[in-house]
Write a protein that binds this ligand. Sequence first.
Ligand code: PLP
Ligand code: COI
Length: 341
Amino acid sequence: MEKKNIDWSSLDFGYMKTDKRFVSNYKNGAWDEGVLTEDDQVVITECAGVLQYSQSCFEGLKAYTTQDGRTVCFRPDLNAARMKDSCERLEMPVFPEDRWVQAVVDLVKANEAWVPPYGSGATLYIRPYMFGSSAVIGVKPAEEYQFRMFCTPVGPYFKGGAKPITIRVSDVDRAAPRGTGHIKAGLNYAMSLYNIVDAHNKGFDENMYLDPATRTYVEETGGANFLFVTKDNTVVTPKSGSILPSITRRSLIYVAEKYLGLKVEERPVALAEVPDFAECGLCGTAAVISPVGKIVDHGKEICLPSGMEKMGPVTQQLYETLTGIQMGRLEAPEGWIKEIC
Ligand code: PLP
Ligand code: COI
């Protein structure tokens, strides 16, 4: 398969229209067969549920070219399961999980020329999403839905790639106690837009959100979960009912324990204990593991001992092991890698 003529290594995390996308419609209580189409335009009524009441959710996963030239993706079954949870919370119909994973396979196969080559530093980002497409004017769920998936080649989420970033402790919340922080609702991201623009304008790469009930515990950023490393190499990750259950974080916990023999604690993490950590990173599909060098809490700087030049040693090991599994350099746990072609 001849690849597209793209300067893969200079890609950032952006959208590029690729050849095919998957589309399925839900009407009269059932999903249709679904098709792969070249048409990237969505045409819906002006009164669609998504436009009036933001009834939408999405997922994000990646496909990779392995060292030995296969095309694979990483744990798509977990994205399908998480989208089911999102749909149930938002009164949207679930797209069957086996068909969901098959659609990923068909989509990536149809866009194989766009899957970045091994070693290029880029990957193929897959964006499944669903929205209420029929008219609603009283506040209620739509009756018809569209489920779509497109893909686009991407580079690093944060400019500078593996360079440590600076984040700030946010004054606003992205989730509510007992709200929708634990699912991937589009509305969670709409909530965070003002705050990310403000953070960027003030020279920060991201926001650290605190627990919305007490504002004393660390939650996550706008698009990734946190991982901390203690001075004696224990990996610590925040536990909360209002953060997204990151598939990358769950995978890294396994990698830390089973591949690297590290101790892992998943527990509430107080903001007050952050200055005691040796390393901090953001983890997610887009972020992979992005090291955090500095956290600014209202003028008070918390400088991680790993510094602003490179990833800390444990973060680096986690990064190498996870990406080694994803790119076929290391043997993967059973069921983690879905072969595409
Ligand atoms: N937290 C938020 C708010 C996210 O948007 C994401 C991205 O999907 C993550 C965490 C990381 O989740 P995952 O590792 O499943 O991509
Ligand atoms: C992902 O990592 O897939 C996400 O959805 C995060 C988003 C902020 C790009």
